[in-house]
Design a protein around this ligand. Structure first.
Ligand code: C5P
Length: 415
């Protein structure tokens, strides 16, 4: 799949500092994905970084000149021609990935001995540092103290991962992969978004209602729309809780992830997290019924010799109805958004649910429409509110649809 543009990163000016670690090759991919997402990426390489990858690699993926020399003049589109001032001025973020022990020490000491160090001193934007080094070097008290110094000054340190290191040893010191780095970058960029300081709870996926230890009843929900909503909430600066039945998708970086299986578990998790939530978005496809009994052992064919067999079902709790009751008592969550996945009479059914479940917004989703609904990467929805206003965004990625839903929910919160 093509890397899609990320609204939060469109036209963002990101300085990517690359230092002399074998992980420098991963920074080429990061620079490429940031550029594809819509950011303007200016790369600064230290002398040691150039022993691992060449400036040409970064120039090729960013389409911009790469900076390697303190005495070089900056490109004409930067705020000033003095490179270390021009690069830092007006930048939205300075990311140093990978950051060696040496660079971490130079930053902590405030040295100004190359273009990257000088730019870090001159820049006024947030600093994100992703250390990558051998496990012993990372664990050394000197490196620890230097990273603490950077954190205390407000820098965000992305923890390296554990695993195989270039030395052949196992240890903690690996640069995380691009999606993880991108997740941290999004978190840093979204911190002043429209939902900064707000709490958003999102549910995702189809609930799984067990029948016996190997089988369950569920539905076709992929969880993609719920995950996209959680990412959009994070991009908007919200503290985000994702309550999910899905384990195949990576949880968005920064979200509190709460895994659940059944409707009853989801109800419990929603109630636990909604007590102080500003916005609840119930994107999950909750099973209306569950097997009346869960067999302790795998059900055998031989147990039902007839061709037909009957499964007794029990009604599941309606989570949104329980939330409505709680909200009438406490006033929380402030804004509740539901989904209506329908195969017929879309708007009438959606409007009835909005009323019955006491929602502020309902997202009506015709799951029979092509390129929309279960499993698709795009969605076509109609957003209905209490005033019977209809908003019909065009067919768009689930990411874009999520941004529109979050904008509407944020407006409802303000109103
Ligand atoms: O009634 P229906 O299942 O069509 O309503 C859909 C909306 O209600 C969705 O937002 C879904 O997450 C929520 N729901 C719920 N508890 C249920 C069933 C659905 O909260 N038991």
């Amino acid at each position: 799949m093509l890397q899609e543009r990320i609204t939060l990163l469109e036209d963002a000016r990101i300085i990517l500092g690359v230092t002399g670690s074998i992980a420098a090759y991963k920074a080429v991919d990061l620079a490429s994905k940031l550029t594809q997402a819509g950011a303007q990426v200016d790369v600064i390489m230290t002398a040691a970084a150039q022993r691992f990858v060449t400036p040409l690699s970064f120039e090729a993926v960013t389409g911009r000149p790469v900076f390697t020399d303190m005495w070089q003049t900056a490109s004409p589109d930067l705020p000033t021609h003095i490179a270390h001032i021009g690069l830092g001025e007006g930048a939205d973020l300075l990311v140093i990935a990978p950051a060696t022990a040496q660079t971490v020490a130079r930053l902590a000491a405030g040295l100004a001995d190359d273009l990257l160090a000088v730019t870090a001193l001159a820049a006024r934007c947030p600093l994100l540092v992703a250390p990558a080094m051998d496990g012993g070097m990372y664990a050394h008290p000197a490196t620890r103290a230097n990273l603490d110094t950077l954190r205390n000054r407000g820098a965000i340190v992305i923890e390296p991962e554990a695993g195989h290191l270039a030395s052949g040893h196992m240890g903690t010191g690996r640069l995380p992969e691009t999606p993880t780095l991108l997740g941290h970058i999004r978190r840093a960029m979204g911190r002043h978004g429209i939902l900064a300081g707000r709490r958003v709870v999102v549910t995702a996926g189809g609930t799984r209602e067990p029948l016996d230890p190997v089988r369950y009843l569920s539905n076709h929900s992929s969880g993609k729309q719920g995950y996209a909503l959680a990412q959009a909430a994070l991009d908007a600066g919200a503290e985000t809780v994702l309550i999910s039945t899905v384990s195949a998708l990576p949880a968005p970086i920064g979200a509190v992830f709460v895994p659940v299986n059944t409707a009853e578990e989801m109800l419990e998790a929603v109630q636990a997290h909604c007590a102080s939530a500003d916005i609840l978005i119930m994107a999950a496809a909750v099973a209306d019924f569950r097997p009346a009994r869960v067999a302790p052992h795998k059900i055998k064919k031989a147990a039902s010799p007839k061709r037909e067999s009957t499964l007794e079902l029990l009604r599941n709790p309606d989570i949104l109805m329980a939330v409505k009751e709680g909200r009438e008592r406490t006033g929380w969550p402030r804004v509740v958004v539901g989904f209506a996945a329908e195969t017929e009479s879309l708007l009438e059914n959606a409007r009835a649910k909005l009323e019955e479940k006491g929602l502020d917004l309902i997202i009506a989703n015709d799951i029979t429409s092509p390129q929309a609904g279960f499993g698709a990467d795009t969605n076509r929805v109609v957003i209905l509110d209490r005033e019977s206003e209809q908003q019909r965004p065009p067919l768009a990625s689930k990411a874009r649809v999520s941004e529109i839903i979050l904008e509407r929910a944020a407006a409802a919160l303000r109103g």
